[in-house]
Design a protein around this ligand. Structure first.
Ligand SMILES: Cc1ncc(COP(=O)(O)O)c(C=O)c1O
Length: 471
């Protein structure tokens, strides 16, 4: 593609992007295509000669777009959001155009220094202590893996990277029964093994019970094992339960165990001073992750990972072959040593664009509004006789179910599973589910960039009508 063609198509693509967002509510939120329908429209082999951009773009619109679930539709209430915003998208276009690979300072000094500065901003914005240093990872899963590996190294006096795991079942880690699956994945990759991950019970609010954590650590110590890491969650995926950080931190500090906090979604709520109670006890935390790519209007991927002791992280990951050495190594941050991957995208740019475009107050206003809308809806659900709230709503995630009179147990689970299916087939909203205490529960998360009160209200009207008319 010649550069002048690129200019012309670039303008067309921007027009398409703006039209898409202007008309986003006309698209079914959850893609309605059947399995295989997209693949059936794709040729078995690639074209041997280049095709005109117009044809590629036409296929994008006719084949790809219908096969997409529209995460930027304001009636997307599923999972946790992966929200985006115009300044973030514009920054991504610049990042892609410059195409820099930002593995070490020298390969793009601005990328390294901007990353350092925006992570300091972000740390201050969410009220983490000044002692924390930050690095952008691709995902919370990777950030948590980094913390597990660092904890494993620290507890083995930095010998495991060299010697390999020698004891098998020696090292143990702890999380609650409500913890995200990425913790177990990290435990497996770190070689600690799923059987050595203790699932600490939760209380009636689905938060970790600190006494049970302490007992588990003491039992392991008594059996000659080495507790390495506790993962506490601020905002569990199921119901945004908040583990009691203060008590957990006291236990970790007493037993010399690494404490990692997974605040993938809820970290964004820490922008609001009134939610800082969630990190009371942060003084005992070793590492902390939250995803601006979930709720902070920065498109995927952008995961903010903070550590209290960057030297421990660097000791865990640093390998310095000759071809990566530069003259500045002693004076600069080389983020290749701060995580798994060597090659790094320039992710700080979109974060910088977002923070500067909205300003801290602008971001706070949007997040506060989401939490307010979720609170209003949960009040409505509570006042409905045939619906019930299934967990507290501290933030923006509402767990509820339809409960028609006389229906219980598995039949009730089936009624709600069927309701979910019928709702998502309408294409007018998208919800997902979880199970809490064996009960099938619908989750509605208010966190999409463009969501307004009218979307939440019409979602609720649709839920009520669909539930009551379906049986
Ligand atoms: C609490 C929690 N932790 C971790 C993750 C994984 O996030 P990522 O997709 O960035 O790895 C999620 C995803 O929703 C989550 O809810």
């Amino acid at each position: 593609m010649e550069l002048e063609e690129f200019r012309r198509h670039g303008h067309e693509v921007i027009d398409w992007m703006v039209d898409y967002l202007e008309n986003i509510e006309d698209y079914p939120v959850m893609s309605q295509v059947a399995p295989g329908a997209v693949a059936d429209q794709l040729p078995d082999s690639p074209p041997s000669r280049g095709e005109p951009f117009e044809r590629i773009m036409a296929d994008f619109q006719s084949i790809i777009v219908p096969g997409m679930t529209h995460w930027q539709n304001p009636s997307f209430f599923a999972y946790f959001p992966a929200n985006s915003s115009p300044p973030s998208v514009l920054a991504e276009m610049l990042t892609a155009t410059m195409g820099a690979q930002c593995m070490v300072w020298q390969t793009s000094p601005a990328a390294a220094e901007l990353e350092e500065r925006v992570m300091e901003w972000l740390r201050d914005m969410i009220g983490l202590p000044r002692g924390f240093a930050g690095v952008i990872q691709d995902s919370a899963s990777t950030s948590t893996l980094c913390s597990l590996l660092t904890a494993r190294e620290r507890v083995s006096n930095y010998s495991t990277n060299q010697d390999g795991l020698t004891g098998g079942d020696d090292i143990t880690a702890y999380c609650s029964t409500e913890t995200h699956s990425s913790i177990e994945k990290g435990i497996r990759i770190a070689g600690i093994g799923s059987d050595n991950l203790r699932r600490v019970p939760v209380d009636g609010n689905y938060a970790m019970v600190p006494d049970d954590l302490e007992t588990a650590i003491e039992d392991d110590k008594a059996a000659g094992r080495t507790p390495a890491c506790v993962v506490a969650t601020i905002g569990t995926t199921g119901s945004t339960a908040i583990d009691p950080l203060k008590s957990i931190g006291d236990i970790c500090s007493e037993h010399g165990v690494w404490l990692h906090v997974d605040a993938a979604l809820a970290g964004t709520a820490l922008l609001l001073p009134e939610f800082r109670w969630m990190i009371e006890g942060i003084e005992n935390v070793d590492s902390f992750v939250f995803n601006p790519h979930k709720w902070m209007f920065t498109n995927f991927d952008c995961s903010a990972y903070f550590v209290r002791d960057p030297e421990a992280l660097i000791r865990t990951f640093q390998i310095s072959p000759e071809y990566l050495k530069t003259g500045q190594d002693r004076h600069v941050k080389n983020y290749r040593d701060w995580g798994v991957q060597l090659g790094r995208r320039f992710r700080a740019l979109k974060l910088w664009f977002v923070i500067r475009s909205y300003g801290v107050e602008g971001l706070r206003g949007m997040v506060r509004e989401h939490i307010r809308l979720a609170g209003k809806l949960s009040e409505r659900i509570e006042s409905c006789e045939d619906f019930e709230l299934m967990a507290p709503v501290p933030l923006n995630t509402i767990c509820f179910r339809y409960r028609p009179p006389g229906v219980e147990g598995e039949e009730l689970n089936a009624v709600n599973a069927d309701l979910l299916e019928r709702l998502n087939r309408t294409g007018r909203l998208y919800l997902t589910h979880t199970k809490l205490g064996g009960k099938f529960i619908l989750r509605l998360v208010v966190g999409q960039t463009y969501v307004e009160r009218r979307h939440v209200e019409s979602a609720w009207d649709l839920i009520v009508d669909t539930a009551r008319s379906g049986r």
